[in-house]
Design a protein around this ligand. Structure first.
Ligand code: FAD
Length: 456
């Protein structure tokens, strides 16, 4: 840490803070500060006063103490992927968990404990050594904690449910500096709230998951071009309606360089069949231009999507929908053409299978009736395109409204979503229970840089 600068009017205190930590403090003139403040979303460009790189729960508690004493806004950083850029605040203190990446696996009990800053790459690499998995995110650099606390949809959703459904325990440091544990035996209500309620109640330093045996999958990408897209999307929709338990599926509608619509489908089959029926329907659809589906390791499946970090400006908006009728498919195709340039996409995630099995009272998350999560994802490089790109995402998301069953998916929300949308993602009753938890664990709303659940 540089002692020359005094970002919060507290140079000496900063030095003392750094000495009290197992981890480190980065100030704005320190090497690595710029990389450490970057978010996945290049639209977010904030300069915090300091970044506290914690090593354990004690470090997190000290960071909270320091922020409280100096009235600094707190942001919490895991993998840095939240599209709203909640992991960094202007002039505030960032609790950065990126040095806390350990994952301990108990192969006999089929459980794994992940430190608060582990990514899915860390997690999957550790659990796959035992031939075990939990259903996580589809991009390895995304934070395990951030994704889990907001829900978690990925390549194994139909098989094993949402990521938060597989969370069985957690250790949190509250903004008051207290260490709290949640499990089925201890603070059950908090565990319920952590299954979807986001980073509202404390900094998770440990998360415990149940695991499932899995080594190989039949997966990869199928790419369809213009003429066959409508038919392929209908087949994707019909496949999800039959709810195959061993086949998860996501679809991405985008434009290629020639401005022709393109559909990318990412299936992940875990059953015993070499040529499963549901997948065959997709692989025989007319318009299939590229079939890169094959048997490979689960780790290979986790690499089928690998976007660059911090490159594009992003604006995401979406809805959980009850159905995907032909009319909506046609509307989405028109909206993608209206984008007029790549990149940018509409992501359609199927929620069939295991997410519907869960006892609704076990998790705060409230969109179990939805057939799909549809997210409009604008991406662009040039700041001059900000307004136009954001407007495209908003208008396209508005076209989904007639089919929407709730607010949007917490994990994909921008910072400008009104509280009604956050509330609708849970429903009134669950939202009020979450508010009661917030009053108990963070009554002053220190943790408000998130999809916020205000204490009252
Ligand atoms: C490229 C990309 C791929 C994605 N893929 C998926 C996917 O497959 N499935 C899916 O469901 N979502 C996915 N997401 C969304 C992602 O789950 C959320 O944006 C999530 O918030 C990211 O967590 P993070 O730790 O990486 O982000 P950060 O920006 O570091 O953190 C986001 C917020 O999470 C909270 N948080 C993070 N860590 C902790 C912690 N240890 N304790 C308490 N709070 C914490 C904080 O409120 C923080 O502000 C993806 C996002 C991107 C950009």
């Amino acid at each position: 840490m540089s002692e020359a600068i005094d970002p919060a009017g507290a140079g000496e205190d900063l030095t003392e803070l750094a000495r009290s930590l197992g981890g480190a403090v980065l100030a704005p003139t320190d090497e690595g500060f710029d990389a450490a403040r970057r978010c996945f979303n290049a639209l977010v460009d904030r300069r915090p006063a300091m970044i506290v790189r914690c090593l354990d729960a004690d470090d997190v508690a000290r960071a909270f103490d320091f922020a409280r004493a100096r009235a600094l806004e707190v942001a919490v950083r895991g993998g840095g992927h939240n599209p709203a850029g909640h992991c960094v605040s202007e002039g505030g203190l960032v609790i950065d968990l990126s040095l806390m990446r350990g994952v301990e696996v108990n192969g006999d009990a089929r459980t794994a404990c992940s430190d608060g800053g582990a990514t899915w790459l860390d997690f999957d690499a550790a659990t796959q050594r035992f031939g075990l998995v939990t259903p996580g995110g589809v991009v390895g650099s995304t934070g395990v904690a951030g994704l889990t606390l907001g829900g978690g949809i990925g390549h194994l959703t139909a098989q094993y449910g949402l990521t938060c459904d597989n969370l069985v325990g957690a250790e949190l440091v509250t903004p008051g500096g207290t260490v709290v544990r949640a499990s089925s035996d201890e603070n059950r209500e908090l565990l319920w709230g952590l299954r979807g309620g986001g980073g509202n109640f404390g900094v998770a330093t440990r998360l415990e998951f149940q695991l499932h045996p899995l080594r190989r999958v039949l997966g990869g990408l199928l790419i369809y071009t213009e003429a066959g897209i409508r038919d392929a999307l209908r087949r994707f929709r019909d496949l999800a309606a039959h709810a195959p338990r061993d086949l998860s599926c996501q679809a991405v509608l985008t434009l290629d360089e020639s401005l022709a619509p393109t559909l990318i489908v990412a299936p992940c089959y875990t059953g015993p069949d070499a040529d499963p029926e549901g997948l065959r329907a997709l692989r025989t659809a007319k318009g299939l231009a590229h079939d890169a589906v094959g048997a490979h390791s689960f780790l290979a499946q986790q690499h089928v999507f690998s976007p660059g970090y911090g490159v594009y400006r992003k604006y995401w908006k979406g809805h959980f929908v009850r159905e995907l009728p032909d009319e909506l498919i046609d509307e989405l195709l028109e909206r993608v053409v209206a984008l007029g340039r790549p990149p940018g996409e509409v992501l359609i995630e199927s929620l069939h299978g295991a997410p519907k099995d869960i006892e609704p009272a076990s998790a705060a998350l409230g969109y179990r009736d939805a057939a799909f999560n549809i997210s409009v994802m604008a991406s662009w490089l040039d700041a001059a395109l900000d307004e136009q790109s954001i407007e495209w995402a908003r208008a396209t998301a508005a076209a989904l409204e007639p089919w929407s069953i709730s607010g949007g998916y917490m994990n994909y929300m921008q910072a400008d979503e009104p509280i009604e949308r956050v509330r609708a993602a849970f429903g009134d009753e669950a939202f009020e229970r979450l508010q009661a938890l917030k009053r108990r664990y963070d009554p002053d709303n220190v943790l408000h840089r998130n999809q916020n659940i205000p204490p009252r």
